[in-house]
Design a protein around this ligand. Structure first.
Ligand code: G3P
Ligand code: MG
Length: 253
């Protein structure tokens, strides 16, 4: 396929430069010249999509227990920045609506990773896809856009039912038997894979299914160049300072 999306995505917003999945993270990506961003979205207990990677408190947000057991009204008050650096104390958990509004204003393209809390795959896929569909309806020719992705085939299947026209990528950390058929069933436009999986047979398999290849998470220029030589279409990076938005366009990159 001719890849119709941006090629470099700032991973979790600000990569290594700002706390992940926060508004400060999104702003860091933009400040470093990125026009495309990846972030993770989970549902609160009351089905509000929020930016969050982990199912449990303890790493980016202090506390113990399951994040998805709290309502959004409680989650949005919690600090998601202090763990990263004291300078980011006070950064809270954004809602998906916050991120959509920011990306609309900045013209930033989003790879929204649907990251369901355990047992919430279907509902998370439905809610995130509906939000993406509604956003795209009102974008109408504006800059930016959305590519959904998920490791959860259930979430992607639910997204396909709710919003068949919002493009989807199937995330794979390890190659599972039947991945190509699954990608086809889910009508995905891209394989989103761990970059370590890339080799000539994988590229050939993706090409034969007419899907793109998006790699995560590529943090060295040397590896990014190798992937480019393999014909990878896009990648996300934490090193938003090193791998710039025009990486694929540069002749000697
Ligand atoms: O979407 C690509 C990448 O973000 C997947 O892994 O754990 O960083 O969400 P993770
Ligand atoms: Mg992610």
């Amino acid at each position: 396929m001719a890849w119709p999306f941006p090629r470099i995505f700032a991973h979790r917003g600000g990569g290594v430069l700002a706390p992940e999945n926060t508004m400060a993270g999104l702003a860091a990506g933009v400040a470093h010249g990125h026009n495309a961003v990846e972030f993770d979205v989970m549902l609160s207990a009351d089905d509000v999509p929020v930016l969050m990677h982990d199912a449990s408190f303890g790493r980016t947000v202090a506390g113990r227990g399951n994040i998805a057991l709290l309502p959004a009204s409680a989650l949005v008050k919690l600090d998601a920045g202090a763990w990263f650096d004291a300078a980011f104390e006070g950064e809270t958990i954004p809602t998906l609506a916050d991120a959509l509004a920011y990306c609309r204003a900045q013209g930033v393209f989003m790879n929204i990773e649907i990251k369901p809390a355990p047992g919430r795959d279907k509902r998370t896929g439905e809610v995130v896809a509906a939000a993406a569909r509604d956003f795209l309806k009102t974008l109408a020719g504006g800059r930016g856009g959305i590519l959904l992705s998920s490791f959860s085939a259930v979430a992607l299947g639910a997204a396909r039912v709710v919003a068949p026209d919002v493009p989807r990528g199937y995330l794979l950390h390890r190659l599972k038997a039947g991945w190509g058929a699954r990608l086809h069933e889910l009508e995905c436009v891209a394989l989103h894979c761990n970059h370590e999986l890339v080799d000539a047979p994988l590229m050939e398999a993706a090409r034969s299914r007419e899907v793109g290849v998006f790699c995560y998470t590529v943090n060295s220029l040397k590896r990014a160049r190798e992937l480019k030589a393999f014909g990878v279409d896009a990648l996300c990076t934490d090193r938003i300072d090193l791998i710039r938005s025009d990486f694929f366009a540069e002749r000697n990159s």
